[in-house]
Design a protein around this ligand. Structure first.
Ligand SMILES: *[C@@H]1O[C@H](CO)[C@@H](O)[C@H](O)[C@H]1NC(C)=O
Ligand SMILES: *[C@@H]1O[C@H](CO)[C@@H](O)[C@H](O)[C@H]1NC(C)=O
Ligand SMILES: *[C@@H]1O[C@H](CO)[C@@H](O)[C@H](O)[C@H]1NC(C)=O
Ligand SMILES: *[C@@H]1O[C@H](CO)[C@@H](O)[C@H](O)[C@H]1NC(C)=O
Length: 398
């Protein structure tokens, strides 16, 4: 009798766990194509091949809601951050998301996807699953050196334009700085680069958790080699399911979910809790371990430099014991930096150093809100007021 009671109680409790809470945001579960179509905008997918064989997807919104295709529409390339994808630029919806605001303001909007993420997990000869060791053998260096030039050339060819605007968030800025310093001829093709939460130097990283992990770089590196881990957090539907279950308003675990994102980006952010399931419907979108290791190296070295393969590896690859520094003085494209005082991944000291080195800096703007954090650049409730209006204005006036 006692046991039966317990079983009934258990079954009853399981039945009452809200697996798909009714308060779920209506955009949860939609990918970029579905989202953009739902909002009534046209969207195209384009495939671009890099010199080293990766097949990348560019998403394009050729025009806004009320505009025609005929008018000349200057192209803009938007590039997402680590573990993310093209959807970052649209999922806040019309009137808020930068990608849609740009389309409605007369621009031809192209959104990149880094090699290895949900949309660019393809290669001419390598299979990302069976050849993972070779396929996921890149860091932000290769994304800057190979992916960006391939995308820029493709966009300029397709649109017949000579230059484009570039907006990057986080790693989307790092890869730009890599390209502009390693392949300086591409500076000519940039009308303006708007850097949101810029990351080049990382020595002053304010994030206590990530600094701790970086301290144990050698251990991490060894573990990765022993266990042959190459890919990092690819998109699994189960993560989305868990997120939808645990990160919504009605979940008892909402605070834990929020906390995880806070500890990465900086506390006290401005994202509406209702919006979390929309974010995690597409993120994490996958990257590779070597990207993380490269950033950890930067945290420890205070340098903005190529990948450190150790003394012997560096001698073999670069002909010197330490990895070559990226020459920031070669970044001659016009750049405007947007940074924030509560950004736990882009410290003010590190941004200041970058600021002092860039030869063609048109502006460095501290977001006028002291709680703004690394992810608020994409998803703050008031991102239009604090950031996007400003970015639109600077693009229009250049
Ligand atoms: C979720 O919670 C926030 C703040 O606690 C509240 O403002 C909002 O109305 C809630 N949304 C739903 C759908 O219950
Ligand atoms: C498009 O046109 C409709 C009807 O005139 C208007 O209500 C809406 O605000 C316009 N949208 C944009 C993004 O301009
Ligand atoms: C990964 O890339 C490095 C540097 O290009 C190279 O030395 C190494 O052999 C590559 N490893 C694999 C498994 O392809
Ligand atoms: C940082 O760069 C300087 C200058 O090239 C070099 O001497 C130093 O060893 C580098 N630090 C590391 C940890 O690689």
């Amino acid at each position: 009798m006692y046991k039966l009671g317990a079983i009934i109680f258990l079954v009853g409790s399981i039945g009452s766990i809200p697996l798909k809470p009714e308060s779920l945001h209506p955009d949860a579960g939609l990918n970029i194509i579905e989202l953009v179509q739902k909002y009534g905008y046209p969207i195209e997918s384009h495939q671009v091949q890099t010199e080293d064989g990766y097949l990348l997807t560019l998403h394009r919104i050729p025009r806004g809601l009320n505009s025609t295709l005929q008018a000349t529409r200057p192209p803009v390339l938007l590039m997402h951050g680590l573990l993310s994808s093209s959807v970052d630029w649209v999922n806040m919806g019309p009137g808020t998301a930068l990608g849609l605001l740009l389309a409605d303001s007369g621009y031809d909007v192209w959104m990149g996807n880094q090699r290895g993420n949900t949309w660019s997990r393809k290669h001419e000869t390598l299979d990302p699953d069976t050849d993972a060791e070779k396929f996921f053998n890149f860091s932000f260096h290769e994304i800057g050196y190979f992916d960006l030039p391939a995308k820029i050339d493709y966009i300029l060819d397709t649109t017949g334009q000579e230059k484009l605007f570039y907006v990057g968030h986080s790693q989307g800025t790092t890869v730009f700085f890599v390209m502009a310093s390693e392949r300086p001829e591409y500076n000519e093709k940039i009308r303006l680069m708007s850097a949101l939460a810029p990351i080049a130097y990382m020595g002053h990283l304010p994030n206590p958790l990530i600094s701790q992990i970086a301290e144990h770089y050698d251990l991490m590196n060894t573990l990765v080699e022993i266990f042959h881990v190459h890919e990092f957090l690819p998109h699994y539907d189960v993560i989305t399911e868990l997120g939808e279950t645990f990160c919504t308003n009605s979940s008892d675990y909402k605070d834990a979910c929020y906390w995880i994102l806070n500890i990465i980006a900086g506390f006290d952010w401005e994202v509406d809790p209702d919006f979390l399931p929309v974010i995690i419907s597409n993120a994490p979108a996958g990257s590779c371990i070597k990207q993380l290791l490269h950033y950890f190296q930067e945290i420890k070295s205070f340098n903005f430099s190529q990948y450190d393969y150790g003394v012997e590896g560096n001698k073999a690859r670069y002909g010197q014991e330490t990895p070559p520094l990226y020459d920031t003085t070669k970044i001659t494209a016009p750049v405007i930096l947007h940074y924030a005082s509560n950004d736990w991944l882009a410290a003010l000291e590190d941004v200041d150093r970058l600021k002092s080195e860039l030869p063609n800096l048109l502006g460095a703007k501290l977001v006028p809100f002291d709680r703004f954090n690394h992810l608020d650049f994409l998803w703050a409730k008031d991102v239009v007021q604090y950031l996007n209006n400003d970015v639109l204005d600077e693009i229009k006036s250049n």
